[in-house]
Structures are given as structure tokens and as C-alpha cells.
Design a protein around this ligand. Structure first.
Ligand code: BG6
Length: 480
């Protein structure tokens, strides 16, 4: 595939566009990563002119770019790329005008679709009817792509009616994060981890994505969605798949996604006593009092804002190794990390001299800091007359320090560039999404059948006590 000459942004005046997409596109422009003649055409319902959209974008950049990158000449040259066409995507009528605006599309179009779910189908139909879905057009789809297997199939079928699978780029912004890609480098560009990366060497794995934010104004969307579908179905399962997958033969879209989907299909359906639903109540975050979910929402609700799951990957490599997952809003800290807990050494030679061992642990911190930390045992300096003292010390790889000159990027910079260039490696294939939904739907069925209500937890905590018990009853504890 070759780079497209037009990027067409649906939902161009939305929140994602302001906060993430426009600043990301600016970064690609700033670093000359996109072709000089790339046109960026925004579309949404608002009646804006090209100039109006440029002003909208200029404001977004003023708000979201750090001060040291507010260079007026670079911003002005970026804004020149922008054009705008108002469009009511719910009917096919406006699409001919859009096609007219785009003019010559022989250089190919990359579409980024981030619109309300009910607009997906009409948008695809509109694009097809106006000749904007041909072989040189690819389409990036932002979530939510349905809210269960069935509805995601309806959307996927609608898209497939106009676009071949290799032209469909399903976005999971976690895959655009540098540290998430680094997980593959850590595993497959080093000799020392992989031989132990299985049930012989690993005792259990923990994946935590905790947030301190609450509803962030997304009341309707969030209350209909809940933490399981908002975070686990996509981001957490992608992290799990990258942690658990076999080595792909190549770092290409087919090989990587083939391996991920095998993991997703090996996930065992979760038993009722291996998961916890939670919902935040009032509490304090960073010393500031915050309200509970029902107050934030303005009504009582049974939607979960927290989930903890003990997951099992039923294959040879992972037999008997649980993957503990937890995610929630209004938790104590913002933190995304993968913790790989290795097994104990087979025999402690220091035992008779009082030396106590702690099993090795690998912590892969994705955010807010970015590091990989291997906890290893070392001898405390001394003459050891009273016995040997062993201590756990970190072998630290701070990515922020090791690559101090590299700017930390927004995940969307990478994803937009790959979409424009046509590289689908970091996008989610249909069979992956369906395997994810199948597992998530089964969890929701258990909740529905057993009428599982979310358990309350105080804002600023690590979730309901039942989530702590989920690990502790196995003699394990969450890494905090
Ligand atoms: C989004 C969810 O997909 O991911 C949000 O809809 C969540 O609820 C966000 O806050 C978290 O992303 P990040 O990159 O801040 O970890």
C-alpha cells in the first residue's frame, strides 16, 4: 500500500479531534512525516467554512500543544493543509458534495471515522454511493464498534459491504502507545525472557489499568457501556494478548494478528467467583473530595466502573498461570502496568544462613511513567557474620531516560501515520474483535443470569475489597 494523498476526518469538530487528532496531525506535519501534498479534510455536521475549521484547529492547538511547540510559522503551514465540508452523515445526500470537495482522489484516501455508532452504517453507505469507498480508500474505525458480538458483527458487515478487510483499520489506541509496542521488543528482541515466559517460569501475571478520572462528562455513553466493555474488551485484552502470544514469525500485520487471535480464542470463560464488579462511591483523590458515581450520573445505576477478573489462557504455554486483570475509574492512582511474577527458585541455598528469597518480578509500566523494572535478589553488603541478608533490588530500564531526547508521543500520532501509510500491524482485525466480544459477552451473561450487582468502593481506593480477596485467596497480592 502507498501513502494516501487525502486524510478525511469524520467527527472533525468532536472532542477526540480537538484533544488528540489535530495535535497528532500537527506533530506529523512538524516532523515532516507526512507527504507535503497531504490534504486533511474535516467533516461534521457543523456549518463551518475551510477558514472556520482552521480557526477551530488553531484553538485546539493553542490549548493542547505544549508551549515549546507553539511555533506560529509551523502552525500556519499546518493549517494550510486543512479543509472542511459540512455533512449530515445520516443521509446519503451530502456525500456527493463531499466527493466534489475532495476532487481528484486518484492519490488515495485514508478515512478516520469517529462518529456516534448510529452513524456508522449510513456513513459507509454514503461513502460507497459517492464513489468514496474504492480500492484506493482505507478506513480507520474508532470505538465503540458495537456493544456486544452481535452488534459488532452488524457494524463489521456494514463496513465489509464496502471495504475489504485489508482496508479496514480498527483502532485500539493502546496499540499506538510506544510502551505497548515495546512489550513486543522486550519479549522478542531479547534472549533472556522468552525461555522463562511460560508456565514453567511464571507464577502469575497482573494487568492493571487504573484511572483517577470519573465520568468526564460522558454520562450517557459510559453508563450504557461500563468498565468491562469500555476498557477490558479492547485495551486490556490487547495487553493480555501481546503478553501471552507466541512469537510471530515476522513483525507484520498477518503474523502478529494471527498470534494475538490464538490467545484471545484460548481464553477460558470466566466463572462467577473469578470476577468482581464495582462502582465508585464518594471519597478523595489526591486530597480532593469527589462524589460517588450515582451523584456524578444524577441517578442510581447498575453500571460497573470497576472490574477485576482472574483470567485463564487455556493452552500449553499458560496452563495453570492466572492473568489477574483490573481496571477502574476513580482509583487511587493513574497507572497502567503489566506485572509478570516469576516462580520461586527451585532451592534456596542461603536458607541455612538465614537468607530469604523473593521471587523475581518484572514490572512493565506503561503510564504515567514508562519503564521496565526487573526485581532481582542481591546480597546486602557486609561480612555476613550474622547470616546472609538478601534484598530485592531493581534492575531498571527507564525508557524516558534511555531515550531522553525522544518526545513522548500521543498514541494517535503513530496510528494516524500508519493509517495514512497503509500499515495495519497495529490495528485490530475482525476475528480478534469477535473473539474479544465472545469472551466479554459470556461474562455479561453470567452477570445477568446471577443478577450480579456492582460492589461499592470508595473513590481513591484500589477497588472493592472483593477484588483484593480475588488475589489474596490464592495467596497472591496485587502489586501496589
Ligand atoms: C478510552 C476509554 O478508550 O480509554 C476511556 O473510553 C479511558 O474511558 C481511556 O479513560 C483511557 O486511555 P488512556 O490512554 O488515558 O489510558
Amino acid at each position: 500500500m502507498t501513502a494516501s494523498s487525502i486524510l478525511l476526518l469524520f467527527g472533525a469538530t468532536g472532542d477526540l479531534s480537538r484533544r488528540m487528532l489535530l495535535p497528532s496531525l500537527f506533530a506529523l506535519h512538524e516532523e515532516n512525516l507526512v507527504p507535503d501534498d497531504l490534504r486533511i479534510v474535516g467533516t461534521a455536521r457543523s456549518e463551518l467554512s475551510d477558514q472556520g475549521f482552521r480557526e477551530f484547529a488553531a484553538e485546539a492547538l493553542t490549548e493542547y500543544l505544549p508551549d515549546d511547540r507553539q511555533d506560529s510559522a509551523t502552525i500556519a503551514s499546518f493549517l494550510e493543509r486543512l479543509e472542511y465540508q459540512p455533512l449530515d452523515a445520516s443521509t446519503v445526500e451530502g456525500f456527493d458534495d463531499l466527493a466534489k470537495k475532495l476532487g481528484d482522489i486518484s492519490g488515495g484516501i485514508a478515512i478516520f471515522l469517529s462518529t456516534a455508532p448510529f452513524l456508522f452504517e449510513p456513513t459507509i453507505k454514503g461513502l460507497a454511493s459517492a464513489g468514496l469507498a474504492g480500492p484506493n480508500v482505507r478506513i480507520g474505525l474508532e470505538k465503540p464498534l458495537g456493544n456486544d458480538l452481535e452488534s459488532s458483527r452488524v457494524i463489521n458487515d456494514a463496513v465489509a459491504a464496502a471495504f475489504d478487510e485489508d482496508r479496514i483499520f480498527r483502532i485500539d489506541h493502546y496499540l499506538g502507545k510506544e510502551t505497548v509496542q515495546n512489550l513486543m521488543a522486550l519479549r522478542f528482541a531479547n534472549m533472556m525472557f522468552e525461555p522463562l515466559w511460560n508456565a514453567n517460569g511464571i507464577e502469575h501475571v497482573q494487568i492493571t489499568v487504573s484511572e483517577t478520572v470519573g465520568l468526564e462528562g460522558r454520562h450517557d455513553f459510559y453508563d450504557e457501556t461500563g468498565a468491562l466493555r469500555d476498557m477490558v474488551q479492547n485495551h486490556m485484552l490487547q495487553l493480555l494478548a501481546l503478553t501471552a502470544m507466541e512469537a510471530p514469525a515476522d513483525f507484520d500485520a498477518t503474523s502478529v494478528r494471527d498470534e494475538k487471535v490464538k490467545v484471545l480464542r484460548s481464553l477460558r470463560p470466566v466463572a462467577a467467583d473469578e470476577m468482581v464488579r464495582g462502582q465508585y462511591r464518594s471519597g478523595a483523590i489526591d486530597g480532593a473530595a469527589v462524589e460517588g458515581y450515582p451523584d456524578d450520573l444524577g441517578e442510581e445505576s447498575r453500571t460497573e466502573t470497576f472490574v477485576a477478573i482472574k483470567a485463564h489462557v487455556d493452552n500449553w504455554r499458560w496452563q495453570g498461570v492466572p492473568f489477574y486483570l483490573r481496571t477502574g475509574k476513580r482509583m487511587q492512582e493513574r497507572r497502567s502496568e503489566i506485572v509478570v511474577q516469576f516462580k520461586d527458585v527451585p532451592h534456596n541455598i542461603f536458607a541455612r544462613r538465614g537468607g530469604k528469597l523473593v521471587a523475581n518480578r518484572l514490572v512493565i509500566r506503561l503510564q504515567p511513567e514508562e519503564y521496565v523494572r526487573l526485581m532481582v535478589m542481591a546480597k546486602q553488603p557486609g561480612m555476613d557474620r550474622e547470616g546472609v541478608t538478601l534484598r530485592e533490588v531493581p534492575l531498571d530500564l527507564s525508557l524516558t531516560q534511555a531515550f531522553a531526547r525522544a518526545r513522548r508521543r500521543i498514541a494517535y500520532e503513530r496510528l494516524l501515520l500508519d493509517l495514512i501509510d497503509g500499515d495495519p500491524t497495529l490495528f485490530v482485525r475482525r476475528d480478534e474483535v469477535e473473539a474479544q466480544w465472545r469472551w466479554i459477552d459470556a461474562i455479561r451473561n453470567v452477570w445477568a443470569e446471577q443478577d450480579v450487582e456492582p460492589k461499592p468502593y470508595g473513590s481513591g481506593s484500589w477497588g472493592p475489597s472483593a477484588a483484593i480477596a480475588l488475589a489474596e485467596r490464592d495467596g497472591r497480592s496485587w502489586h501496589e
